[in-house]
Ligand binder design. Structure first.
Ligand code: FEO
Length: 169
C-alpha cells in the first residue's frame, strides 16, 4: 500500500477512537443532567465509533500493513446547554467527513481501488452520521424548550439499540 495512504488510515484509527471518547463525554454530560435517553444515544454512538476504528485496524492488517496505536486525546469540548453536544456532534462529523474524503482522494490518486471500495462504506456512513446529527438538532429546536416534549424526546432516544456495522471485510 502507498505509504502516505497507510499512514492516513492509521491516523484515522486514532480519530475514530477519539470520536468514541468525545461521544462518551457527551453521554456523560447528559447522564449528569438526568437525561438517560440522550446518554444512551451517545453511548451507542461511541460504540459505533469504536467499530469504525476496528474496521480500519482490521483492513490494514488484512493488507499486511503495520498498525501503530497512538495516544487518544482528551475530549476538548465544554458543554453548558442541552443543545451544545448536539451542535458539537454535527461539527465533529463534518470534520470526520473531510478526513474520510481526503483519504478517499489519496486512494484514488494512487489508484488503490481496493481501498477506494473499502472507503465507500465510510463515505455513505458519514452521510448518515451527518443526517442523524442534524435531525437531533432539529428535534431539540422543536421540542427542547418544553419539559413534557423533552421527556418524550428523551424516551425516543432511550429506544436506540446498538447494531454491528453492515460492512464485512
Ligand atoms: Fe466514525 Fe462518526 O464517524
Amino acid at each position: 500500500m502507498d505509504k502516505n495512504l497507510a499512514e492516513l488510515l492509521n491516523d484515522q484509527i486514532n480519530k475514530e477512537f477519539y470520536s468514541a471518547y468525545l461521544y462518551l463525554d457527551m453521554a456523560n454530560f447528559y447522564s449528569d443532567k438526568g437525561l438517560d435517553g440522550f446518554a444512551n444515544w451517545y453511548e451507542i454512538q461511541a460504540k459505533e465509533e469504536q467499530d469504525h476504528a476496528m474496521l480500519i485496524y482490521q483492513y490494514l492488517h488484512n493488507n499486511n500493513e503495520k498498525v501503530t496505536l497512538k495516544a487518544i486525546a482528551k475530549p476538548d469540548k465544554t458543554f453548558t446547554t442541552l443543545m451544545d453536544p448536539l451542535k458539537a456532534g454535527l461539527e465533529h462529523e463534518q470534520y470526520v467527513t473531510s478526513l474520510i474524503n481526503n483519504i478517499y482522494s489519496v486512494a484514488t490518486q494512487v489508484q488503490d481501488y481496493r481501498t477506494v471500495q473499502f472507503l465507500d462504506w465510510f463515505v455513505k456512513e458519514q452521510g448518515e452520521e451527518e443526517k442523524n446529527s442534524t435531525d437531533l438538532i432539529t428535534k431539540m429546536e422543536l421540542f427542547g424548550d418544553d419539559a413534557r416534549t423533552l421527556y418524550m424526546l428523551n424516551s425516543e432516544l432511550a429506544a436506540r439499540v446498538y447494531s454491528a456495522p453492515s460492512l464485512v471485510l
